[in-house]
Design a protein around this ligand. Structure first.
Ligand code: ADP
Ligand code: MG
Ligand code: ZN
Length: 712
């Protein structure tokens, strides 16, 4: 019932035309006063689920959000949309708090962000001012549950806090957490009152999932970031030491990276986080201490340098890529020996045996993910209990064949045999020295040149041998011991393979395509955004997300009206930032003599997302002619295409959500007859419908009625 009103808030403040999945329903539920539980993946748009009700409802909405360091950004973001918001937490002085309380009681704010710590005090403070609190939203609500990975003891006090507010406000809990156990726990601990639960599924279509086993990780990462110099990314390592080493390596090679782990003091961490948010460096190398609630929307990739402890943690961390909905990658680099690190963490934790065995099982599943041949997305979604998932997503390294299988049975046998002859007493380098017939001191001194496998692989490239050994380790044929000078040993898998003369395959990664999109304008807009970010002291993505800059650079708006139709441009941002962005676009269009496709910039009246320089989709051309007022026959004639093709084009436009008036194709007074016919014979096939209708009603009319009434 609030739909119309909420849609206009969505457009005016946030600059979006449509709700994302679940948002509209959740907002409706909250605005009608029902406790509500929203489970959406990261980037699903949970914030809007309380921000819009806050605008609709009388009084001040309180938002409990876990990280003090993020509150300022969240509030700045709202202010830049023209929404009154503030926060109260321990970073403020007493005087500042009193000042804000006065402003709150003077209705200056629609939203107030609070930290879970210090809620007792807030209760006390609010008692002295006269305010209405219609809604309390708990963001990252899984923090209440001990079973989740981000448990925060102070979250346990939220229920008391709510009960102390009179009358009891509506409560909204938001989380991206997948497990049933945690979800039930949240409902219990927050004492949600028969909540409406909105669950949108965990799929994130814009994320490309990739797993690579046995890569030389440092080289992989150097290649990878070289191809993405201007993009933001996070690299997760499993230990602090790895974080520091990798970041040093990247910086030495001329990239700008920062680090984040729990061993840094708080101010360093805050500084690192801020620099990353502000795009002062592109790459954040971090342990899992980094990331809860990170709202930076333009993280284009998340690489895992090693496996995390379970698939839930993996998806949570990897999911920090691509919040803005733009294509982004999640890459997992797997090596068998990383399992040891995770096992070590489990073994040395203070948990009881039962919990430890659960953790071992979860780790096992994490490793299975690294080896599975099936669709990675399907694997994850099924793990989270989703049914009826697609068999192939066409967007993961298994579906798109990023890896080739290569048979290396002979090579593997030679290597195994060498490890065996050398009595499993040497490391990788020495084994390769023996195979390559090296004359070095160590080999000669130890008499390894007398082994039967000495010189056996002299014709092989050393790099190739290293790679094969790595892959054999990754795939569990060879084992590297965890001593200071690790030794190479044969596993039972290798012994069985040798005995049964099994064929052995390894995965070889196909070379990455170098990307050649023309991003000149996008980069100009990004540079403008960066310099404005410094002037305004706002993170760049708060000014406009990457998705908005992408759309600006493909649709090339030249007027304020056109600009306002771009996704992510609300009234306030149009006013504040519009001119400067328009200026850059106009200059670019002028200097390069670009002629826009007819109507490129206007979403309402024309085809969307025509990428500059790309061949315009044929049905867009039809659409533009249709919009100029031509009939379908006239279009067919002028384009030299059959009218059936033109009809199909129009239907493609309808399916894409372009503005087509279907009534144009339904002759007057025939709609009823068509609906009647469909009732009789169903809408699956057109022919039977046509057969029982008068001759002069054509297929286009039938299709239009079907589309108009959503009968497919
Ligand atoms: P979550 O908290 O669920 O991870 P956010 O609330 O941070 O997600 O939203 C993620 C991104 O999606 C933000 O950049 C936000 O502006 C954008 N977004 C939210 N709602 C919409 C919408 N209806 N249409 C387009 N983008 C949206
Ligand atoms: Mg969020
Ligand atoms: Zn897939």
């Amino acid at each position: 019932m609030y739909r119309e009103k909420t849609l206009s808030l969505l457009k005016n403040y946030f600059g979006y035309e449509n709700f994302k999945k679940g948002q509209g329903e959740a907002i409706n539920s909250i605005a009608s006063g029902n406790d509500t539980f929203v489970i959406m993946p990261t980037g699903g748009g949970k914030s809007l689920c309380y921000q819009i009700p806050a605008l609709l409802l009388d009084g001040v909405t309180l938002v409990i959000s876990p990280l003090i360091s993020l509150m300022k950004d969240q509030v700045d973001g709202l202010n830049s949309l023209g929404i009154g918001a503030t926060f109260i937490n321990s970073t403020l002085s007493k005087a500042e708090v009193s000042e804000r309380l006065i402003d709150i009681s003077n209705d200056k704010y629609k939203l107030v962000y609070l930290a879970p710590e210090g809620l007792d005090n807030i209760n006390y403070l609010f008692r002295n001012i006269d305010i209405k609190i219609p809604l309390v939203a708990i963001d990252e609500a899984h923090c209440v549950s001990k079973w989740g990975h981000d448990f925060r003891p102070s979250y346990r006090k939220i229920n008391d806090f709510i009960n102390n507010i009179n009358p009891r406000p509506t409560v909204l809990a938001c989380t991206a957490t997948a497990t049933d156990l945690v979800q039930k726990d949240i409902i219990n601990l927050l004492a949600l009152n028969s909540p409406n639960v909105f669950f949108t599924g965990f799929n994130r279509e814009n994320l490309t999932l990739k797993v690579f086993r046995g890569e030389n990780k440092d080289n992989f990462i150097l290649d990878y970031i070289d191809n993405r110099k201007d993009e933001s990314g996070i690299i997760y390592t499993s230990t602090r030491a790895e974080t520091e080493q990798l970041s040093n390596l990247l910086n030495k090679k001329g990239y700008k990276s920062g680090i984040y782990h729990a061993g840094l003091d708080e101010s360093t961490r805050a500084e690192m986080q801020e620099n990353f948010m502000y795009d002062n460096f592109n790459i954040m190398v971090a342990t899992n201490a980094f990331g809860m609630g990170i709202d930076k929307s333009n993280v284009r990739y998340v690489i895992h340098y090693a496996i995390p402890k379970n698939l839930e943690a993996y998806y949570q961390e990897a999911g920090r890529a691509g919040r803005d909905g733009e294509p982004s990658e999640c890459v997992l680099l797997f090596n068998n020996k990383d399992i040891q690190t995770q096992k070590y963490f489990i073994d040395n934790s203070p948990m009881d045996e039962y919990k430890k065995s659960q953790d071992y099982n979860n780790l096992r599943t994490m490793v299975d993910y690294c080896y599975t041949q099936k669709c990675l997305r399907k694997f994850i979604l099924e793990y989270f209990g989703e049914k009826e998932t697609e068999d192939s997503c066409n967007n993961c390294s298994n579906c798109i064949n990023e890896n080739e299988l290569k048979e290396i049975t002979t090579e593997a046998q030679m290597i195994f045999s060498c490890v065996y002859r050398a009595e499993e007493r040497y490391g990788v380098n020495t084994i390769i020295d023996i195979l390559k017939g090296s004359q070095n001191q160590k080999i000669l001194r130890l008499g390894l040149n007398k082994l039967s496998t000495y010189n056996l692989m002299v014709n092989y490239d050393r790099k190739f041998l290293e790679e094969v050994v790595n892959k054999l380790i990754a795939d569990g044929y060879l084992l590297m011991t965890s001593e200071q000078y690790p030794l190479l040993k044969l596993t039972s898998k290798a012994k069985i393979a040798l005995k049964n003369k099994e064929s052995i395959f390894i995965q070889i990664r196909k070379a990455e395509k170098v990307r050649e999109e023309d991003e000149t304008l996008f980069n100009l807009l990004r540079a403008l955004r960066k310099s404005m970010s410094q002037e305004l002291n706002l993170p760049p993505y708060v000014i406009f997300p990457d998705s908005t800059l992408k759309e600006l650079s493909s649709r090339l708006p030249l007027t304020e009206t056109e600009f306002s139709e771009i996704k992510g441009v609300g009234k306030n941002k149009l006013e504040k930032y519009g001119d400067r962005f328009l200026e850059v676009i106009k200059n670019y269009v002028g200097e390069n003599g670009i002629i826009r496709n007819p109507g490129t910039a206007s979403s309402k009246s024309s085809a969307k997302e025509t990428v500059m320089g790309e061949k315009v989709k044929s049905y867009y051309e039809t659409y533009n002619l249709y919009k100029e007022g031509m009939t379908l026959e006239e279009i067919a004639k002028s384009r030299n295409l059959t009218s059936t093709t033109i009809q199909k084009h129009i239907m493609d436009c309808v399916l894409e959500g372009l503005d087509v008036n279907l009534d144009d194709f339904i002759p007057k007074h025939s709609e009823e007859a068509i609906l009647e016919a469909i009732k009789k014979v169903g809408a699956e096939k057109l022919r039977p419908i046509k057969d029982i209708l008068p001759e002069d009603i054509d297929y286009m009319a039938i299709k239009s009625v079907i589309c108009k009434h959503n009968l497919i």
